[in-house]
Design a protein. Sequence first.
Length: 247
Amino acid sequence: MSLQNIFGNPVQLEGYDKNHPLNIYPVLLEKYDAFSDISKFLYVSKNNFAETDIPLLQLVLMVHKELGETFESLIDKMCKALEMVTKSPVGFMDGKDMFAFVVNNENYITIANYDEVRKTIMEQNLIHEPKVYKDPLVQEWANKVLQARQKKQGKTTLEDMITTVKAYQGITYEHIAKQTVYQLYADFYRICKIMNFEQSSLFATVSSKEISIEYFAQSIDLFEESNPYKDLFVSSNKLNKLNQTVK
């Protein structure tokens, strides 16, 4: 198991030139708002299109209008986002035979490695692409489930997580600002596990019923736990209750 994400270390990918590896860094919380504003292109996947052999990077550049951008403004935001995760200057090269994002004048992000770069960025920062279903009825059902879940459970924001971690650990906001999103989620979910363990243990001492107690250091798959689409579908016999919830 790699410890790169929990320590906030960069992931080293093979670059265009093998002598110059491409380092991808996680975004710090103090810069996360700015990154979120310019990284909407990461949510575009092959699932947004009919079956095609066109590479994903090329498709992203083709749908700039759907993203509410001119071609130039999309390129500008992509360069700035890639600068944040590579910690290097990034420019765009639109040549006759190839287009690429040039990193520090020594590396390239092209149609050949964009998918891997995108996947790494999303895993480091716990970004989940929206679920897209080709069947409109299935898509409508999925949207209903998400609405019902948010209405019933409420939505825990990054701010809620930050204040919880600060209050529980007694650290400063300045300290948390230097953490990554992955580290924040790790701390928050571990705190929840510990508190649940303590409460269950307390109830077990006074209850006559057998109470299941989950181990506080139980493994947590953060990418899975942070996924809003986790367990999206419920059994069909719950449809009526779901419809009542979202009305």
